[in-house]
Design a binder for this molecule. Structure first.
Ligand SMILES: [Zn+2]
Length: 641
């Protein structure tokens, strides 16, 4: 389009008489669904009609309501119609309001996908919009996949994983989709949704919206947005008693508000699924369910403070069931049964994307210390044969050092080799000399090779006073870092990586250990019931007593004010801390257990005719094993005093 033609077009738009329409009325009158984007448009572009899914109307009205700052949408995938709503809002904005809009997806790639697969097909199939966007093939169209210029403004498509994609993008319409998949921080600039809102700061009338299916309880962004909103649900009337209530999957639903209708089916007969009205106890079939949906209405269940929230689960689905199912209720019940059989992860997906509720990690998921004690087994040798790599961890306390030596076998099957206490003031040398003796020791492997400890992490944080033990720990590790004996400190921040080392100015490589991820892995592995990958063994007579197992299971995840956190259920938890540091020590060496095992078996000493000194064997990770041997660093072996 020539500049003159653009001006003319803009003038024509401003002066043309147009009816006063809201977003869904606009969409009903001019919008088309591109060919193939829905079942309805399978054979060619079709008119959009909000009467197909009437819940979408109230959501769209929220975008033009002057009282609403932010619209929050939690909807089942393929049911809520979030993409159609975003499309309508953007189309209306282009046609009626003009100006800039910014749309954010988790990554630049997913933004491109939305642009190519949803936004452009909508624009091209809707004549009033097509006329506003120059043909992208013309040279001066100003159009790329991520910036769509139109007569009146621009639409910027940005990724929550990229600060550079946000640069230069400002607008008065700000849409953030799939926000539960955003990384914790965009680079080190902070929360992506906050950064997006900043792109609209110069517009007092900026319209904001967030959408997603929820994830884990306590860390779901969309769930916390919804909690701040007026929490609207789609209330539907019972055909028998007339009460207005909510479709819920079961009594355990996280949604506690409103009268309820629950989905039920006879055992192993999902095809016979039905709904029961909790008010009149009468049953409701799938045809009645659909009629109820079409007679529903949004109703707020919390006070309104500028944020309007909409929640719609899969039971409301207005679309027909997939092939092979009697009806929608049958399909849902069948998918649920299948998810249950496949296990927790599949069920979590249904809870998140179907029921649109957060997945709760139960406090009871904590391993049971008595059950773990029953696992104690007698190892026939100092080091059980499957073990090929050793790590150690040390916890500093006011009057003692506590330590554990862990043996790793292929598949990260873990053998508790020994745990113990060295009494003595950590500010004096004696306790450290004893520790040095243990860490420099060798352990006899049944194949005849003597194993050494491959990596050790020593807590320098101290439990009560972060600074208290840093100095003696640094003194100890300073000349032993060449032997992979390092200082560490725990990080309780959610989302911290398992282990990250940072060289400090004082020459100490300090490793930060992410407690949340380490403890989650450890508890998951303790719940494995049969020996094999990930299973944890404990040797009898090696310090693993009842107190140890109580410490190992001393913490649990709980949700406090919407935030997931680890809580200590008893004062002493050193056993768990030692496991956390031991796991991090293993992880930071990036050990290829298979390769280490192959090396070990190759070096196996045949049973001697007469007793000989055991051969010392320092195991290295596979990446180093193939390199020529480095000159031995003497400094690493100087005795510490
Ligand atoms: Zn009823």
């Amino acid at each position: 389009m020539t500049p003159f033609a653009t001006v003319l077009a803009r003038f024509a738009r401003i002066t043309r008489p147009r009816p006063k329409l809201n977003i869904w009325q606009w969409a009903d009158s001019v919008r088309y669904l591109a060919r193939g984007v829905s079942a309805k448009s399978r054979h060619g572009a079709t008119r959009y009609s909000s009467s197909d899914a009437p819940h979408q109307r109230g959501v769209m009205e929220s975008f033009t309501d002057p009282e609403v700052q932010t619209t929050v949408m939690i909807g089942a995938s393929q049911v809520f119609g979030k993409t159609e709503i975003f499309n309508n809002v953007l189309g209306y904005f282009m046609d009626y309001r003009s100006g800039n809009a910014v749309v954010m997806y988790p990554t630049v790639d997913s933004s491109e996908k939305y642009s190519k697969k949803k936004l452009m097909p909508m624009i091209r199939s809707t004549p009033v919009l097509d006329a506003l966007v120059p043909n992208s093939r013309s040279r001066d169209s100003g159009n790329t996949i991520l910036v769509k210029e139109y007569t009146g403004g621009s639409i910027f498509l940005v990724g929550a994983n990229s600060t550079s994609s946000l640069r230069g993008a400002t607008g008065e319409l700000l849409l953030a989709d799939e926000i539960d998949s955003y990384e914790d921080s965009v680079g080190d600039e902070g929360d992506a949704v906050d950064l997006l809102w900043k792109r609209g700061e110069s517009y007092p009338t900026a319209v904001q919206a967030v959408s997603s299916t929820p994830t884990i309880e306590g860390s779901s962004r969309i769930w916390s947005w919804f909690q701040m909103s007026d929490q609207r649900f789609w209330f539907v009337p019972c055909p028998h008693c007339g009460v207005h209530g909510l479709f819920k999957w079961s009594q355990e639903s996280a949604v506690k508000t409103g009268p309820s209708y629950f989905v039920e089916w006879p055992k192993d007969k999902p095809a016979e699924a039905f709904i029961v009205c909790a008010s009149c106890a009468k049953s409701i079939d799938d045809t009645q369910r659909l009629a109820m949906y079409f007679n529903g209405r949004w109703q707020a269940t919390a006070p309104f403070t500028g944020i309007r929230g909409f929640h719609l689960n899969w039971i409301y689905c207005p679309w027909p069931a997939k092939k092979g199912y009697k009806n929608r209720l049958h399909q849902m019940a069948e998918e649920w049964e299948r998810g249950k059989k496949k296990g927790e992860q599949s069920l979590k997906v249904i809870v998140n994307t179907g029921l649109c509720e957060t997945w709760k990690i139960k406090l009871e998921d904590r391993p049971d210390h008595e059950a773990l004690m029953l696992r104690l087994e007698d190892y026939p040798t100092e080091i059980p044969d499957p073990v090929v790599y050793l790590t150690a961890s040390v916890d500093t306390q006011a009057d003692r050092l506590e330590y554990e030596i862990q043996g790793w076998a292929i598949g990260e099957e873990l053998y508790g080799i020994k745990t113990g206490k060295i009494f003595g003031n950590p500010h004096l040398a004696d306790a450290w000399n004893q520790l040095d003796g243990i860490l420099s020791g060798t352990f006899a492997h049944p194949c005849g090779v003597a194993l050494r400890i491959g990596c050790t992490l020593i807590d320098s944080g101290g439990q009560h006073d972060a600074k208290a033990f840093a100095k003696p720990v640094y003194n100890f590790v300073r000349r032993r870092q060449g032997r992979y004996i390092f200082a560490c400190k725990g990080s309780s921040e959610l989302g911290s990586p398992l282990v990250v080392g940072r060289l400090q100015k004082n020459g100490i490589m300090l490793h930060s250990v992410g407690g949340d991820v380490a403890k989650s892995i450890i508890y998951e592995r303790l719940s494995i019931m049969t020996p094999g990958p990930g299973y944890c063994h404990f040797g009898v007579g090696r310090g693993y007593d009842e107190e140890y197992f109580k410490q190992l299971t001393a913490e649990a995840v709980s949700i406090n004010k919407g935030k997931r956190q680890w809580v200590k259920l008893r004062a002493r938890n050193e056993g768990l801390d030692l496991r956390v540091y031991g796991h991090a020590a293993f992880e930071l060496r990036n050990v290829n257990l298979q390769a280490v095992s192959d090396n070990l078996r190759k070096s196996a000493v045949p049973p001697p005719e007469e007793p000989k000194e055991p051969k010392t064997f320092i195991l290295k990770p596979a990446s180093e094993a193939s390199l020529p041997p480095k000159p031995r660093r003497r400094v690493g072996f100087v005795k510490w005093v």
